[in-house]
Design a binder for this molecule. Structure first.
Ligand code: DQA
Length: 144
């Protein structure tokens, strides 16, 4: 049986569609997840979002056992979470980081990134389309 790709979203991504649409676009997270499910072929997509840092850590640990790869938008925890960094370093499956916006072109406090050094690849600044590219990359990296 093909293991699923976990698509994990961090804080405030549940507000996509209405949250600062000039920066994050008008697609809801459900729109994005539905598109990934339609494009993943035989590989199931397990899509989740949480506002809690600890839950994200627990899901990454779970993905290491149960998933073929992870697509992660950690939201603001990207810029703050050493716990997330440590969980990613321990993760045994490929992880692709995705951001709708391009944090490198934004405020100073977004220039710290604890996720990027612990993942296989990062995609940023392409809006919801970045998730589709992340899916292609996750399928390739996991060999599924
Ligand atoms: C984000 C970028 C982060 O800096 C921000 O805190 C988010 C969304 C993005 O997808 O562009 O919540 O991860």
């Amino acid at each position: 049986m093909v293991k699923p790709i976990y698509v994990l979203g961090g804080p405030n991504l549940n507000l996509l569609g209405t949250r600062e649409p000039d920066i994050y676009g008008r697609d809801t997270l459900e729109d994005i997840h539905d598109r990934l499910k339609a494009k993943s072929g035989d590989t199931p997509v397990e899509a989740r979002q949480t506002n809690s840092e600890g839950e994200l850590v627990t899901w990454i640990q779970e993905a290491s056992r149960e998933a073929s790869a992870v697509i992660l938008n950690a939201g603001a925890y990207t810029h703050t979470s050493i716990a997330l960094h440590d969980a990613l370093r321990a993760c045994q499956v490929p992880v692709v980081e995705v951001h709708l916006s391009n944090p490198a072109a934004r405020e100073d406090f977004r220039q710290v990134n604890y996720v990027a050094p612990a993942v296989n690849a990062s995609i940023a600044g392409l809006g919801a389309y970045g998730y589709e590219l992340a899916l292609m990359a996750a399928l390739k990296l996991s060999g599924t």
